[in-house]
Design a binder for this molecule. Structure first.
Ligand code: NAP
Ligand code: ZN
Ligand code: ZN
Length: 347
């Protein structure tokens, strides 16, 4: 049977408030999940503010979902009632194209079905995200949360965790590699923890020194405040890989000049406004400018298992649902250390 559940939805670009939504009845392949925690990703804010294009209100966002299985369809083999599970940014894809076959469902040539503001192929509705009590997702897009990962801390791994793990993995970050992380927010702090766990030397590029102490505590070897004069001159040609997590458009030239020959700058931040670069900043050392979007399902499971084994968790601030609007304002002011996680029991 379908279910009416409580949720917290954006009713305009400026406001989210309690609403009720309907979740479809689980089909044979579906898992019904009682959501316990949902992380607040900056992408939620870009979306509700219609910065990535006009959306239809009300919309329930949230793609860092952690919860407990409470229903399973008859063909579900991967999960049973009571299991701790997670759902990230995708809930389906074509499963036929070469990218889906390669386990890179996020790059599905037909377009992966996003957890919110996507079109659900199972019932044709607009998908609604994790700021809600319950969700129904095909077992192929549900992740197993290892026992060693607390559910509240598992939530941000579903987006922030995999979005940094995937490029670190793809560009072979490991011992002997110098990695820079631009922006020390939700994504950035996971980048520091993961790069450090992989054995890299890690440098944070933040706007100010205000988070320096905690940055060093969390594993950064160096911490640069980009607003200070002349900080870049000593860093020329020093890095193998730099990942830009900044949610606004920033000039990339200075960072490209920090790459060694054939180094890579990977853009994961998704600002509303385009990035401008001079071709010379790419030519000079044959450096690459790349993008990367979340990670595939198998890779996300690998990341969760890695985090469980190495005890790598996000730094979170648990909040009540009624705090979401204020939390958004604080994210926009970079005043969160480092991820807000909504306690769904407060809904
Ligand atoms: P966040 O917690 O707000 O962190 C972004 C950080 O960027 C801030 O903490 C701040 O770092 C820095 N920053 C913000 N405004 C800036 C400005 N005007 N100039 C310079 N630095 C600035 O956001 P998040 O959740 O980590 O997400 C970051 C971005 O990644 C968003 O655009 C989001 O949509 C995108 N995203 C992409 C993917 C993907 O798959 N590619 C997945 C998830 C999110 P400091 O305080 O250290 O300066
Ligand atoms: Zn996200
Ligand atoms: Zn596909």
């Amino acid at each position: 049977m379908s279910k009416e559940v409580k949720a917290w939805g954006a009713i305009s670009p400026e406001k989210t408030e309690p609403i009720t939504i309907t979740r479809r009845a689980p089909d044979d392949e579906d898992v019904g999940i009682d959501i316990k925690f949902a992380g607040i990703c900056h992408s939620d804010i870009h979306t509700v503010r219609s910065e990535w294009g006009k959306i239809t209100y009300p919309l329930v966002v949230g793609h860092e979902i952690a919860g407990v299985v409470s229903a399973v369809g008859k063909n579900v083999t991967k999960f049973k009632i009571g299991d701790h599970v997670g759902v990230g940014c995708m809930v389906n894809s074509c499963r036929q194209c070469t990218n889906c076959q390669d386990g890179e469902e996020q790059y599905c040539y037909s377009g992966a079905v996003m957890t919110y503001n996507g079109k659900d192929p199972k019932d044709g509705t607009i998908t609604q995200g994790g700021y809600s009590q319950y969700v129904v997702v095909d077992q192929a897009f549900v992740l197993r949360v290892p026992e060693s990962v607390p559910l509240d801390k598992a939530a941000p791994l579903m987006c922030a965790g995999i979005t940094l793990y995937s490029p670190l993995h793809h560009w072979k970050a490991g011992p002997g590699k110098r990695v820079g992380i631009i922006g020390f927010g939700g994504l950035g702090h996971m980048g520091v923890k993961l790069a450090k766990a992989l054995g890299c030397e890690v440098t944070v590029f933040s706007q100010t020194y205000s988070k320096r102490e905690i940055g060093l505590q969390l594993g950064a070897d160096n911490y640069i405040a980009t607003s200070e004069p002349n900080v870049f001159s000593a860093l020329t040609h020093k890095f193998d890989l730099i990942i830009n997590t900044v949610s606004a458009s920033i000039p990339l030239e200075l960072y490209l000049s920090c790459l060694r020959r054939d180094g890579s700058l990977v853009q994961v931040g998704a600002p509303e406004k385009p990035l401008v670069i001079s071709p010379f900043s790419l030519d000079a050392q044959r450096v690459g400018l790349h993008g990367s979007m979340i990670g595939g399902i198998a890779e996300t499971q690998q990341m969760l298992d890695f985090c469980g084994e190495k005890q790598i968790f996000p730094e979170i601030e648990r909040i009540e649902a009624s705090y979401i609007n204020e939390a958004y304002d604080r994210v926009l002011k970079s005043q969160v250390k480092f991820r807000f996680v909504i306690d769904i029991s407060t809904m």
